[in-house]
Design a protein around this ligand. Structure first.
Ligand SMILES: Cc1cc2nc3c(=O)[nH]c(=O)nc-3n(C[C@H](O)[C@H](O)[C@H](O)COP(=O)(O)OP(=O)(O)OC[C@H]3O[C@@H](n4cnc5c(N)ncnc54)[C@H](O)[C@@H]3O)c2cc1C
Ligand code: FES
Length: 315
């Protein structure tokens, strides 16, 4: 275990003030939360890959005319449970901690989130889960994201660039189509030829490659094919390479196969419905292998994860 894999024990229930909430394109929004007092202290230790549970039960719905047709029925559902979200960045400003969240509107809770405005209060439980860890001796880190899986990867890229300058970091970001890439913009052709496609990573000097299933941006095909091709071409030393993944389960399963075939370390952030987020309800099980046996056990995504060594997860 290194210092970057510390599990935060100072979690709790805190109140955050919304400092901004804006649409960055399509159904993607960026929300900024400000914590003070004990919340600022707890969230200052937030690690990439950890998450927080937000209470959106009393947040208002948008005007009916602003509700997309395909979410009209879902919008009527009550929000009984908190919803889990990662952060794309966490910074300290004097005695405050600012957490940035990227979300995609997919159902009643995220629809309600769009009406949050500066000054609103939000009840937040966290920091929760383990987060990514950075084993010693790594020189190359491939960060792979699919769909809305980019938030923890953005924060991880920042931490790697700032605290591990000896590690070369490359991001592979995939989506079905360009419009579903969860970024504010895409850099121009010249920047892409230089290896920089996404401003969110380029600002840390981190290279990024896009992939879209329909070929509307970057590599035409699955992001995992793009990663496999890169590995075949560059053949990095397996002991000093690590893959980090966050995205749909099918992407994580394929990434796990690629890592296994190349014998490369791989950590994946799993997604489960999470009723409590801290080990009480048992709703978030992940089937895991037991070392040196054919047996499997069920671990909790919220407490034992959401980040798992890919070798242990059963797909
Ligand atoms: C650890 C963790 C971190 C997350 N971080 C982010 C983030 O940074 N940004 C972001 O936009 N989303 C994130 N999510 C997903 C987010 O929690 C869900 O999109 C949100 O709860 C949807 O709520 P809703 O009421 O709007 O939609 P719902 O009606 O609850 O869900 C809409 C659809 O998405 C599916 N779904 C919702 N949540 C999950 C889940 N956890 N696992 C599998 N399928 C699910 C539902 O089955 C349904 O089909 C994260 C999830 C986890 C577990
Ligand atoms: S979400 Fe309740 S135990 Fe994991």
């Amino acid at each position: 275990m290194t210092t970057t894999e510390i599990y935060s024990v100072e979690r709790g229930l805190f109140s955050a003030i919304v400092s901004s909430n804006r649409q960055i394109g399509g159904r993607f929004y960026k929300l900024k939360l400000e914590f003070s007092g004990s919340g600022a202290k707890a969230f200052s230790k937030f690690k990439p890959g950890q998450f927080a549970q937000l209470d959106l039960s009393t947040t208002a719905l948008p005007e009916p005319s602003s509700i997309p047709e395909d979410l009209a029925d879902a919008s009527k559902r009550q929000i009984l449970l908190r919803r889990p979200f990662s952060f794309t960045d966490v910074t300290m400003q004097k005695d405050k901690t600012i957490a940035e969240l990227l979300y995609r509107v997919v159902g009643p809770a995220t629809l309600r989130m769009t009406t949050l405005a500066a000054g609103d209060l939000l009840s937040v439980i966290g920091p929760l889960g383990n987060g990514f860890w950075i084993p010693k001796g790594k020189k190359t880190a491939l960060l792979v994201t699919g769909g809305t899986g980019s938030p923890p990867v953005q924060y991880l890229a920042k931490i790697l660039a700032a605290e591990h300058p000896n590690i070369e970091v490359l991001v592979f970001a995939g989506a079905k189509t360009q419009k579903e890439l969860p970024f504010e913009s895409i850099l121009d052709q010249i920047s892409q030829q230089l290896g920089f496609s996404v401003p969110e990573f380029a600002k840390f000097g981190v290279k990024s490659q896009l992939a879209t299933d329909d070929g509307t941006a970057g590599y035409p095909g699955l992001v995992t094919d793009c990663v496999a091709q890169w590995l075949d071409k560059h053949n990095p030393a397996r002991e000093s390479t690590i893959i980090y993944g966050c995205g749909p389960e099918a992407m994580l399963a394929r990434l796990t196969e690629i890592a296994r075939d190349k014998n490369i370390d791989c950590q994946i952030s799993m997604e489960r419905m999470m009723a409590c987020g801290f080990g009480v309800c048992q709703s978030c099980t992940v089937e895991c292998k037991v070392d040196d046996s054919n047996e499997t056990i069920y671990k909790l995504c919220c407490e034992d994860g959401p980040v798992f060594d890919s070798k242990e997860v059963v797909f």
